[in-house]
Design a protein around this ligand. Structure first.
Ligand SMILES: C[S@@+](CC[C@H](N)C(=O)[O-])C[C@H]1O[C@@H](n2cnc3c(N)ncnc32)[C@H](O)[C@@H]1O
Length: 237
């Protein structure tokens, strides 16, 4: 696996949230399958949607690729694809390298945000469980930069937390999200998770997500995944 660490001191290094550094990364792999309903099906559906319009030797951009779970799932399902995985967290990229295992020869990893991604052009892009970590004011530019790197008409899949932001809905959905993934956690840990969600995540309502995809120039935006506190869309460059 090629590893491009030349950007670890770049201005985007601060993008990696504390949750994605040090000890927290050691237990990362057990989190998404517990917290995200239908997690492995999400990978399967995302892969299918990208494959509909990608060649067998497709070149795929994965933003927020740390941990490597979707890289591994896509690499297993589509043996001809190659990948550029981008993530600001050095520790999460290292985990991705380990998780990708033998598929590593088809994956290049880049440390940073979307601005360190190669120009492409890519046949497809995916960004899973990541946009709620990107500040709202950076979202549109990030989406535009993904689109700029895609071939005309190429598919892009995004899936992350998205729910109504008025009250009481916002608080209710935060509580539901936490309750869903709570298995075995004690009350004080749940409270600190609730606080972190409120303070650190950048969650938009589904209609605002779709408006932003449109503003970034994506077309034929279609919801394909709606699972409790999560939504996923496919859209075309
Ligand atoms: C919840 S993890 C999801 C990782 C992987 N996509 C998955 O589904 O398991 C969120 C990832 O987004 C990364 N991240 C945070 N801010 C980012 C940004 N501005 N651009 C790209 N990735 C970012 C984090 O470092 C972390 O690896």
């Amino acid at each position: 696996m090629m590893r491009d660490d030349g950007h670890s001191n770049s201005p985007v290094a601060h993008l990696a949230a504390p949750a994605f550094a040090g000890d927290a990364v050691k237990s990362y792999l057990e989190g998404p399958p517990r917290q995200v309903p239908g997690f492995s099906s999400l990978h399967r559906m995302a892969g299918m949607l990208l494959a509909e319009r990608s060649p067998e030797n497709g070149r795929v951009l994965v933003l927020g690729a740390g941990g490597g779970l979707e890289l591994k799932a896509f690499a297993e399902a589509y043996p001809g694809w190659t990948f550029d995985g981008v993530d600001p967290s050095t520790d999460m990229l290292e985990l991705a390298r380990q998780v990708a295992g033998d598929h590593g020869s088809r994956i290049r990893l880049h440390g940073g945000g979307i601005d360190v991604a190669p120009d492409g052009p890519f046949d497809a892009a995916a960004c899973l469980l990541t946009f709620h970590h990107i500040r709202v004011e950076q979202r549109l530019e990030t989406l535009r930069q993904i689109r700029d790197r895609l071939k005309s008409g190429a598919p892009s899949v995004v899936a992350h937390m998205s729910f109504a932001q008025g009250e009481p809905e916002r608080s209710m959905w935060i509580d539901r999200h936490i309750a869903y993934g709570a298995a075995g956690a004690d009350a004080s840990r749940l409270e600190s998770t609730r606080k972190a969600m409120r303070e650190r995540l950048h969650i938009l309502a589904p209609e605002d997500e779709e408006a932003m995809l449109r503003a970034a120039g994506f077309a034929a935006i279609c919801l394909f995944y709606a699972a409790f506190s999560f939504r996923g869309w496919v859209a075309y460059a």
